[in-house]
Design a protein around this ligand. Structure first.
Ligand code: 13P
Length: 263
């Protein structure tokens, strides 16, 4: 598998005010070492992106948008476009299960957002993952296939180097606080899901793309279980929710990623 840097993304979801986010980052910069083998990305509320961009050194932290609208401009009251985020963020989360399930975003929106991010020089982090029901019904493979195909339709081979895929089984996501005791996939479960994702990329874009695409795991990760996920073959990093709001946990995850050999 690829020997890329580990990618650790903190998705703060709808938490922290602008002031709280700024205080959090103020402390985080003193605790997170810059490591050449780990890329750390912060994904705060949209409102905090600009102030945090002025607070951070882009060599230490990169920024990701949690969401955006796929049109570049126009009469879309209340929306923010990828073209408005251009230059401010390096990444954007697309197809998160909370957007799919709560805001009813389907393949069409997801693929339009992937395209909008790419044309604005923003790397999409495409989230895929099955629900508990789909897992119980043996549909994990089909769901991942549909979500990958749905999101990547219109993505060319040369775009693939910009794409990150995050496997986030919906049944493993915490509510933001119970990430230490929540159910998570076993290393075997995870290996199977990552294998499914990489196989499909191979089918669509060839062997090289399948080895090189960065694939993250997300779902109740924390400082104590990060190593077990990061050591699964084909996992290039973590998309961290609840634990990224706890400095101790988040720093521990980054330090765990540091020095772990990519498989
Ligand atoms: P938790 O780590 O809180 O389960 O959230 C994962 C997630 O949804 C990240 O996008």
């Amino acid at each position: 598998m690829s020997s890329t840097k580990k990618l650790i993304v903190g998705n703060w979801k709808m938490n922290l005010t602008i002031h709280e986010a700024s205080v959090y980052v103020h402390h985080l910069v003193t605790k997170v070492q810059s490591h050449r083998d780990v890329e750390v990305v912060l994904s705060p509320t949209m409102l905090a992106l600009q102030p945090i961009s002025l607070q951070i050194d882009r060599r230490q932290f990169k920024l990701a948008a949690q969401n955006f609208y796929w049109r570049d401009h126009g009469a879309f009251t209340g929306e923010v476009s990828a073209s408005q985020l251009r230059g401010l963020v390096d990444y954007a989360i697309v197809g998160h299960s909370e957007r799919r399930h709560i805001f009813h975003e389907h393949h069409k929106e997801v693929r339009s957002k992937v395209q909008a991010a790419l044309r604005n020089n923003i790397k999409p982090i495409l989230c895929v993952g099955e629900t508990a029901h789909e897992r119980m019904s043996g549909e994990m493979r089909d769901v991942l296939h549909d979500q990958i195909l749905g999101g990547l339709t219109n993505v060319t081979s040369s775009d693939m180097s910009e794409i990150v895929i995050a496997y986030e089984p919906v049944w493993a996501l915490s509510d933001g606080t119970n990430y230490s005791e929540h159910k998570v996939p076993t290393p075997d479960d995870l290996k199977k899901a990552i294998g499914t994702i990489r196989n499909q990329i191979s089918h669509l874009y060839g062997e090289k793309a399948s080895k090189e695409v960065r694939v993250l795991y997300g779902g109740s990760t924390n400082g104590s279980n990060a190593a077990s996920f990061l050591s699964v073959e084909g996992v290039n990093g973590l998309l961290v929710g609840g634990a990224s709001l706890n400095q101790h946990e988040f720093v521990k995850i980054i330090e765990t990623a540091h020095g772990m050999e990519s498989k």
